[in-house]
Design a binder for this molecule. Structure first.
Ligand code: SF4
Length: 273
């Protein structure tokens, strides 16, 4: 184990570790004695999160963790499941793995329109149950900076709200917290670290993973960045510069006022329901 840890100390590792620790401290994600459930899908991001959290910490207090993988059942041979289990065993991780049929259920005829909604809901439900059974008070997910940016746009474009994933989210009245220690890290660097450390990254067999709204937004941002390299940075920074006074209000006096595109100027905003 010590040998593996020495290999980790590359420039990239130190960079990622520094920003992970900073995010954890900035958002008080981990406290002394916490027991974390680290969600590991087998993708590059979650394997990087696991590896980074399993490193000697400079500033973060002592905590323990268990690794949890929910297999979605896309691969009936469970080859990926076996590979991941071997990795957990080789690294002496304490883990819980479950074989489920969530992926197929989410893609069944009655749910073709929005497989991601049901898929995420069922997977989270199982993760919450395992956290409870294993005495975990925090759940760590591998959402990084790019996920935060993309989620903001998904919620804005399709959910009619301005919100994103929180770095430290209290749920069930504070009984559990969802934490996202990679919140400051760019996807590009997390993936690079995964290649550098040669994690056994599993292929994503989900048919929706290539056509999801997230992929659409990712491509859209790539396209926009051809003209302006700062686009992602600007969106990310804008989330810390919110000016509620310069957004629409739900003030009682004007809540029944609707814009009417058929009228012009003043009239259009004064017209009442
Ligand atoms: S992309 Fe696939 S695995 Fe991911 S949430 Fe959607 S249905 Fe589930």
């Amino acid at each position: 184990m010590e040998e593996v840890r020495k290999d980790k100390k590359t420039k990239l590792f130190l960079h990622l570790k520094k920003w992970l620790e900073k995010a954890v401290l900035d958002y008080s994600m981990i406290e002394e004695g916490d027991r974390l459930l680290i969600g590991v899908s087998g993708g590059a991001d979650s394997l990087a999160l696991l590896d980074l959290l399993d490193s000697p910490m400079l500033f973060i207090p002592k905590f323990s963790f268990i690794v949890v993988n929910i297999d979605m059942g896309f691969d009936p041979s469970y080859q990926a499941y076996d590979e991941l289990e071997k990795y957990f065993q080789d690294n002496n991780y304490r883990y819980v793995m479950e074989k489920t049929d969530i992926g197929n259920l989410a893609h069944s005829d009655f749910n073709k329109k929005n497989p991601c909604f049901l898929c995420s809901k069922l997977r989270r439900k199982r993760i919450f149950e395992i956290a409870d059974a294993e005495g975990c008070n925090k759940i760590a997910f591998a959402h990084h900076r790019d996920d935060i940016i993309e989620t903001l746009l998904i919620n804005l474009f399709y959910g009619r709200e301005i919100s994103t994933m929180m770095p430290n989210q209290s749920i069930f009245g504070g009984k559990l917290h969802i934490i996202r220690p990679l919140v400051y890290l760019r996807e590009e660097l997390v993936k690079k670290y995964s290649r550098e450390r040669q994690f056994p990254v599993l292929k994503n067999d989900c048919p929706t993973s290539r056509t999801s709204k997230r992929i659409y937004i990712k491509k859209l941002l790539d396209e926009l960045e051809k003209d302006n390299k700062e686009i992602r940075d600007n969106i990310y920074k804008a989330m810390s510069h919110v000016k509620p006074d310069y957004l629409l209000t739900r003030d009682a006096k004007i809540k029944n006022v609707i814009p009417n595109p058929d009228l012009s100027g003043e009239e259009s905003i004064k017209k009442k329901i």
